[in-house]
Design a protein around this ligand. Structure first.
Ligand code: ATP
Ligand code: MG
Length: 263
């Protein structure tokens, strides 16, 4: 059995409601180790809410389960979930605009370090300096990989939206995650920036074997990079399959057409 045959994340029967609004209705899906799984759907479909349930920002209604490598995540705190190697890139911009690109990436390393049980004891002295050098080396590798040397010392607030999103992605990579949750990493980018980001996502997947859940509004963007796609509409899962199966599914086509008419 290869790694790809193993289920990394298993979500079953998740419901989520906010007062009278039910954002998720009995959602279930599986993400295999090393795959790029995409969750797509129109605005308000429940994509972000689903990621929020996985990483503990939202507490789903009682019942159902979210298992990562066999471990139940329901009821766990956000930072305990992160310490299992689950990193998140948020919708919109989350970088620190008053810091340089380099420092933004270093915060990703320090976050990873904080999760170590012994980190506070080991913060001083030679060991800490060695750790810091290791962190710095890893961050330099990421800068190289994401082709952002020219902006490493620039304040993030001065950068274009596309570059800020790239730095944000780098910050998540600096945590060396096992499972990366990406919420619309390509939204607001021009075509060239989108293509670059798609290439980086594929390279991380191939080179590091990182399992990814990629939330995306635009179906076209994920067709080429996702191994498997789940489609949500009004909090209901309406399709689950290969990109080809999903793109040809009449229910999915109707959901997206309905959205265009509504706009
Ligand atoms: N914190 C919250 N409080 C109340 N309602 C919420 C909250 N978060 C999400 N919702 C509602 O849940 C539904 C799903 O929202 P969600 O943000 O998950 O959709 P989405 O698919 O990510 O949409 P988009 O493509 O616009 O990002 C919407 O009706 C939204 O208004
Ligand atoms: Mg969203």
């Amino acid at each position: 059995m290869t790694d790809h045959d193993q289920v990394a994340l298993q979500v079953s029967n998740i419901n989520l409601s906010f007062g009278g609004v039910q954002a998720l209705h009995g959602i279930g899906f599986e993400v295999r180790t090393g795959e790029i799984m995409a969750i797509i759907g129109p605005n308000g479909a429940g994509k972000t809410s689903m990621l929020n349930c996985v990483n503990g920002f939202y507490r789903a209604d009682p019942g159902g389960s979210i298992r990562y490598k066999g471990r139940e995540l329901r009821g766990m705190k956000t930072h305990d979930i992160a310490s299992l190697g689950i990193a998140r890139v948020f919708q919109g911009i989350q970088t620190y605009s008053g810091m340089t690109s380099l420092d933004n990436l270093m915060t990703g390393r320090h976050l990873a370090l904080d999760y170590g049980v012994l980190s506070s004891l080991l913060y001083f002295g030679t060991w800490a300096r060695k750790e810091e050098m290791k962190n710095r080396r890893r961050v330099e590798e990421i800068i190289d990989f994401l082709e952002i040397e020219p902006i490493r010392k620039k304040y993030v607030g001065e950068l274009s939206y596309g570059l800020r999103k790239r730095v944000d992605f780098g910050r998540a990579l600096a945590m060396e995650p096992d499972l990366l949750l990406l919420d619309e990493p390509m939204a607001g980018m021009n075509l060239e920036e989108k293509e670059d980001m798609a290439r980086f996502i594929l390279d991380v997947s191939e080179e590091q074997g990182t399992t990814m859940v990629l939330v995306e509004h635009d179906m076209g963007v994920v067709m080429d990079i996702a191994d498997h796609i789940v489609v949500l509409d009004f909090g209901v899962k309406i399709a689950d399959g290969t990109p080809e199966e999903v793109a040809n599914n009449p229910v999915v086509i109707a959901a997206y057409l309905g959205e265009e008419e509504g706009d």
